[in-house]
Design a protein around this ligand. Sequence first.
Ligand code: GLY
Length: 375
Amino acid sequence: MSTYEAWAGQVIEKIRRKMARVSEKNQDKIPYTTDEAGNYDDRSDSSKSWNIDNGLNWWTNGFWGGMMWLMYQDTGEKKYLDIARQSEQKMEKCFADYYGLHHDVGFMFVPTAVADYRLTGNENSRKIGMHAANLLAGRFNPVGKFIRAWNDLTEDTRGWAIIDCMINLSLLYWASEESKDPRFKQIAMLHADTVMEHFVRPDGSVNHIVEFNPDTGAVIRSLGGQGYGEGSSWSRGQSWALYGFALAYRHTGKQEYLDTAKKVAHYCIANIGADGIVPLDFRQPPEPAYEDSCAACVIASGLLELEKDLYRNAAVRILKAVDEKRADWSESCDAIVQNCSPSYHNQVHHITMSYADYYFIEAVYRLKGIGKPMW
Ligand code: GLY
């Protein structure tokens, strides 16, 4: 057994112990982050479903169910299936509201409804997945060839596209595969082509947001978004690009997508220091030394999708740093991964975020060949 396999085996034991307790304690919730006492919050309050920051439409709500499906695949324990289904049933209510839904329906429904359908053949889950895919496809701007991000909140975002959406494309690949209707995949590829052209810079760094004229498709400007500023390199944006293009290649076989994923991967590997800690933005000033362990976990999972020793070794280095320096394996915090940051200019940094745990578990399981690919 290689060194990384032995280490991954030990981490999986820790994941099993921690998730057994955390899942039971929080089974009625859909958590995003922990409070000061280490207890998970709950975003599943349907009375708040129009509030994308807190309610049922919150973009990370799929990751709790996703973690349960990861645990179910590992352990076969029915309690994980039941908790995953409970969150899926709550999230189905989002479709009735409609207004709060956004481009992140992929993040929300791939790890929940699509995972359920893939693993159990549940027909209602297929319907939820197809419904979500149609909503995502409906956000495509055919002139600019991009999927519109967000809804108008405080500003006009009709022409905005964001790097994160590369992951949402998995919902469209699945919908085409499932329905045999190529439109969904065609939209995904047109969007990915636009991202290759206008988001990915020659050195492998990426823009977070690009604004297009929604009527003509002309590029207006790029924005720093959740990173340090315009022209910077938000690490979680880098992670979405890396993983998103690696998945785009898996689903389409288009060589340029693999080349792009590798370009972004090399940029990330070159910019992560010897300690394996991932900064919030690769181009932020040295102080404050904001980190984002969530970006670390997504980068690692994306590197594993590239299936080569070079990338696997880099992924293991990053995951070991999370395990040894940024993980809480105790009972005092519901979350595993610490020091995650929503965005550079947010007042809050170094918190827990449920999707960091999701990607950490996904990556470690992948090292041991546990579970089917879900994206
Ligand atoms: N999709 C938004 C984020 O990564 O925070």
